[in-house]
Design a protein around this ligand. Structure first.
Ligand SMILES: [Zn+2]
Length: 560
């Protein structure tokens, strides 16, 4: 919490305690509260003082903490759950998409299949944003070399300044001619051979405008610097958007010191409404432990380690995204995707960062990558010795049966996205949620926002309990629901726990977040309906009606 906030709260608390003993600041009564606490799972009411919960119990017990100036929130029977802790987001990309154009939402979907419509929309967007030096947006497009996804098509709409369209999965960019020029991408190969490999070119070696995974850095490095105020606006908007879904804390799976400094600036102004823990990573770029990288990491964790802004986390990409991975050759042992790292390099890098005490999370889609990561984690623990390190793995579309028990054995947290399951037809994926749960491993859920749009945890819970595809989203285009390995579905309670308690554990915050108990931070969400009793296929219709973070209401929806 910011210094300013803190001062305000201290003043309030002092006033109250001076005049009325144990009276709470706020009481929430007449509720149906799922606490997530194994000892007392359900309660009617809870009381908040300052940023913390000071009591959970019956209406009668909590009403006794009420005095003249106590704010009373009558829940009128509404269901309340702990604030959603989204274990894997990219707030920077999400905020960018919110402020730019977004052609891949449930409400609006424009692709290259309607080129004239696409051009018209882009023209209109450019005309309404005359001051933007670079135009940003989000859309779904093919990365195949001979598709109509070309810079020429974008040049028809925006010929005069750079235009950058982020692919929905954040693993590729589609840019116009001005953006290629800004980044110095010509018919000649770029300097870095790895980046060059992922610049899509036509038969004449002309760049098409599509840049995949490591090649995206060519654009990222060429972007003009943005003033702090503008970057704060992007992330402030992202935080409010997350709050509107009941999300009160996140782990950012990409980031750097510059991004973390923006969260710090927002916190200092009392404008940060989501608790952030941010890793160091650029999409699909291998880490090299340069003196600058290590210095930034160290500065981030020594400067930012409070309830609202924290670091001490490094994210690795061990393979590509679903679509990109599918283009790679199957490995000799028949596994689906090849890891990006040489196993020895990956292990060496993780070993050194672990030795320095950083938490490690690794993106892993294919089973070969998962095997490499688990092997490395196992070796690192052997070499560096036991400690509470909470290794994490992200996505885990595909696991071989032999690797499943290793999550519990090695205390590796499995962070998975309900929205990534159950659609498309990629071979070998299995998304083994219930199997992992049964082994006793920690299963955390997340949206990977903006890869999932919107980052709606109630749609996520519905998907988690039904294993049914959503009618929109990442790769799904079929209007008919598909059910995928329904035996891997989890219960509503397991899904909520994965989005709250387990996610809090995965960010080292379980002593403060994840359940509603006295002494914990008052992070909670009031729901429009009871997700524990409505039909499973209706859970996704749930709305967050009120979101509280650190005892403050950060989002309120007008009555439905
Ligand atoms: Zn991600």
């Amino acid at each position: 919490m910011s210094k300013k906030h803190y001062t305000l709260l201290v003043t309030t608390v002092a006033l109250f305690s001076g005049t009325r003993g144990f009276a709470s600041d706020v009481v929430l009564i007449h509720g149906h509260i799922y606490t997530g606490n194994e000892k007392i799972r359900w309660a009617q009411a809870l009381a908040v003082t300052g940023s913390k919960i000071d009591a959970v119990g019956t209406d009668q017990e909590i009403s006794s903490r009420r005095e003249a100036k106590t704010q009373v929130i009558d829940l009128q029977g509404s269901t309340v759950i702990p604030g959603i802790s989204d274990a894997h987001t990219h707030m920077w990309f999400g905020g960018r998409a919110l402020r730019g154009f977004n052609f891949a939402t449930p409400e609006l979907r424009i692709t290259v299949n309607e080129p004239d419509k696409l051009v018209a929309q882009l023209k209109a967007y450019a005309a309404s944003h005359p001051k933007d030096k670079v135009l940003f947006g989000r859309g779904q497009f093919s990365v195949a070399p001979n598709s109509p996804v070309t810079h020429q098509l974008l040049d028809r709409a925006v010929p005069d300044r750079p235009l950058v369209i982020h692919g929905t999965g954040e693993h590729n960019l589609w840019v116009n001619g001005k953006a290629l020029a800004m980044a110095g991408i010509t018919d000649k190969p770029v300097a870095d051979p790895l980046e060059e490999k992922y610049v899509v070119r036509d038969a004449q070696h002309h760049p098409t405008g599509v840049l995949i995974d490591p090649a995206m850095q060519l654009i990222v490095r060429a972007l003009p610097p943005e003033p702090l105020e503008d970057r704060m606006a992007v992330l402030r908007e992202a935080a409010h958007f997350l709050n509107s879904y009941g999300i009160t804390s996140v782990v950012n799976a990409t980031g750097n010191l510059k991004e973390i400094e923006v969260y710090g600036a927002l916190r200092d102004r009392g404008q940060l409404t989501v608790r952030t823990r941010t890793s160091f990573a650029e999409v699909s770029v291998n880490h090299h432990l340069t003196p600058q990288f290590l210095a930034d990491l160290e500065k981030a964790r020594t400067t930012y380690h409070d309830d609202w802004v924290s670091a001490n986390l490094v994210k690795f990409f061990s393979d590509g995204a679903g679509a990109t991975s599918a283009q790679l050759q199957p490995a000799a042992d028949g596994t689906q995707t090849r890891p990006w790292y040489e196993p020895a390099d990956y292990q060496k890098t993780v070993l050194e960062l672990d030795r320095r005490g950083y938490q490690i999370m690794t993106h892993s889609i294919g089973d070969a990558a998962a095997r490499m990561v688990l092997d490395a984690y196992e070796q690192v623990e052997k070499i560096n010795g036991p400690r509470d390190r909470r290794f994490r793995m992200e996505h885990l579309f595909s696991l071989t049966p032999q690797d499943i028990p290793r999550f519990l054995k090695l205390s590796v947290i499995a962070d998975m996205q309900p929205s990534f399951c159950c659609s498309g037809n990629a071979p070998n994926r299995n998304h083994r949620w219930q199997t992992l749960e049964k082994t006793g491993a920690t299963l955390a859920f997340s949206s990977d926002w903006p890869c999932t749009w919107p980052p709606d945890p109630y749609i996520g819970i519905q998907e988690a309990v039904t294993r049914q595809s959503r009618p929109f989203g990442n790769s799904a285009s079929s209007p008919d629901p598909e059910y995928f390995m329904p035996e891997e579905a989890v219960t509503v309670e397991q899904a909520v726990n994965a989005y709250t308690r387990a996610a809090a554990y995965a960010r080292f915050s379980e002593d403060k977040l994840g359940t509603l108990e006295p002494g914990k931070e008052a992070d909670l969400v009031v729901l429009s309906q009871d997700i524990f009793t409505v039909a499973h296929e209706d859970i996704g219709k749930t709305k967050a009606m009120m979101t509280m973070a650190g005892g403050k209401v950060v989002f309120e929806r007008p009555k439905l």
